[in-house]
Design a protein around this ligand. Structure first.
Ligand code: MG
Length: 203
């Protein structure tokens, strides 16, 4: 099982980090060990002083596929969930400056918090899924999938040109604006519409 993450998929977020709006999807991977065991807290890593939350819709692949055409991409997933792409922003900035890969900043243990999934049948319009993140009860990020630069189907198609998709693979589809730092003791909660699908403490 692999975790494929999309960077800069929302204009306002690309801008808040002073990045260019991409003309094709930005892809990076996280290993399976990035998913913390269920009910476990997020342990603040000692190598960073600036870990940020990034709430993202997550697509769970249900079928093996390679070179998937966009018009068939919807057949490759049944469930949508929510996750947090925890990012050591200080390490990422260093990597970006040096032109190095991001894995130390993005793919460390626990960096891919994952909540419950809902069946796509229970979502009225897959092109306008509303989701949000609260930090200590205060809403910090609010997104809607219609603001994605590359839609879920476009992402599945694009990613499958490079990587064979397998059952259980996850695609983290990018974060909307409003990312920010976490602190030990924080409670993070993530929602699709008003349904809470993820809750994680920071230790
Ligand atoms: Mg992200």
């Amino acid at each position: 099982m692999k975790i494929i993450c999309i960077g800069r998929n929302y204009r306002a977020h690309a801008k808040e980090l002073k990045n260019e709006v991409p003309t094709e999807p930005v892809i990076f991977l996280k290993p399976q060990t990035a998913i913390p065991p269920k009910k476990h807290p997020f342990f603040y890593p000692d190598f960073s002083q600036d870990v940020h939350f990034e709430v993202e819709l997550v697509v769970k692949i249900n079928k093996i596929g390679k070179h998937i055409e966009e018009r068939f991409a919807h057949k490759y997933y049944d469930e949508i969930g929510i996750g947090i792409d925890f990012t050591a922003r200080d390490i990422q900035e260093e990597c970006k400056k040096k032109g190095l890969p991001w894995e130390k900043a993005k793919a460390f243990d626990g960096s891919a918090a994952l909540g419950e999934f809902i069946h796509k049948k229970d979502i009225e319009d897959l092109n306008s899924i509303e989701f949000s993140l609260k930090q200590n009860g205060v809403e910090k990020q609010k997104g809607i999938s219609s603001d994605m630069i590359f839609s879920i189907d476009q992402l599945i198609s694009y990613v499958s040109k490079y990587f064979t998709l397998k059952i259980g693979d996850l695609i983290y589809t990018g974060t909307p604006k409003g990312v920010g730092p976490i602190e030990k003791g924080d409670l993070l909660e993530a929602f699709i519409y008003n349904k809470k699908l993820l809750e994680i403490k920071v230790r």
